[in-house]
Write a protein that binds this ligand. Structure first.
Ligand SMILES: [Zn+2]
Length: 323
């Protein structure tokens, strides 16, 4: 399986309901590029996976549709699953986003600073995967605090140990307070000069599906090496409460629904995926054409590279009636 291994990690039945059917795709294209081809090819992969009668499905057409936009993915070279995931999510968002919101925010009456928030278009991708981080930045001289928001779909988290640690250790490391010094100093508008600052991130909007990218590389001088740390991650009840701003703690408990594994080194290797069937709750391993049911105890491995956690209970998709 190539970098498309995460495809099987897509929240499956939920996505089927929202697949672009004919009429939805007939709206004006969002950009000169025809990214709706990617969404259509994706819809076919999802339909084949859920409704087809083959034991395994090849995402070749989907990959070539994405490859016409990003030629790097058509070559037989090694690509990074996390980068591929971000490209796919962006393309699906571009194809499926709604436009009507945009007009209202282009009005001159809306202050420029507020426009961005209103202008953010929504799609199934943003509704499922988009979260927001809030950074508080405190000047260490005058102690004045400023705040900055940043949208994310994949949270890249550092690994604090070479041998063994937990996902919570990685999260604590990501969310701990950091000091900005030297070249990273901020311009403090109160001191009117560059100052050292203390910065801390917290989650101001938790997405329904949290994707964690484990930064399995370490830089030693000019050398980059892969971190083979055995990271323990919970299958159920991942508690994000300590990292979510108190006023936004709506869905604090997350359950693991998929894992992308990477075998090999930084410049080459092999991807596989584990996914939980949301109907039967059984775990499956996807390794090229080999698909097999695995026990829950096999889901925890030291090869995990991307982790998908969902905070919403699964519900059987219902066809929505449109008036
Ligand atoms: Zn200051």
């Amino acid at each position: 399986m190539n970098e498309a291994s995460f495809l099987v990690c897509w929240p499956r039945a939920r996505a089927v309901r929202s697949l672009p059917s004919g009429p939805r795709l007939r709206r004006p294209p969002p950009s000169p590029r025809d990214c709706s081809k990617v969404a259509t090819a994706f819809a076919y992969v999802m339909t084949d996976m859920w409704l087809g009668d083959s034991d395994c499905v090849s995402p070749e057409i989907f990959r070539s549709a994405l490859g016409t936009l990003y030629p790097a993915f058509t070559k037989k070279t090694q690509q990074d699953a996390q980068e591929f995931l971000i490209y796919v999510l962006n393309e699906l968002h571009e194809s499926l986003k709604k436009y009507h919101r945009r007009r209202s925010c282009e009005k001159e009456s809306i202050p420029r600073c507020c426009r961005k928030a209103i202008a953010s278009e929504s799609s199934i991708v943003t509704r499922l995967f988009e979260g927001q981080l809030n950074y508080s930045i405190m000047c260490l001289k005058c102690e004045n605090c400023t705040y900055r928001n940043e949208v994310f779909t994949v949270l890249s988290i550092p690994i604090p140990s070479q041998y063994k640690c937990s996902l919570q250790d990685c999260l604590q490391c990501f969310f701990q307070q950091d000091t900005l010094t030297w070249n990273n100093q901020i311009h403090c508008s109160f001191c009117e000069t560059k100052q050292e600052a203390a910065v801390r991130a917290s989650i101001s909007k938790a997405p329904k599906i949290m994707i964690f990218h484990l930064k399995r590389f370490d830089i030693l001088g000019t050398m980059k090496r892969k971190l083979r740390t055995d990271i323990h991650y919970p299958l159920t009840n991942l508690d994000l409460t300590p990292y979510i701003c108190p006023v936004f703690r709506k869905h604090p408990k997350y359950n693991l629904c998929a894992v992308v594994n990477h075998f090999g080194d930084l410049d080459g290797g092999h991807y596989t995926a584990f996914c939980k069937n949301s109907v039967t709750h059984a775990w499956f391993s996807f390794d090229d054409t080999r698909v097999s049911e695995i026990p829950d105890t096999s889901v925890q491995t030291a090869t995990a590279y991307l982790l998908f956690y969902s905070c919403q209970p699964f519900s059987i998709p219902i066809e929505k009636c449109k008036s």
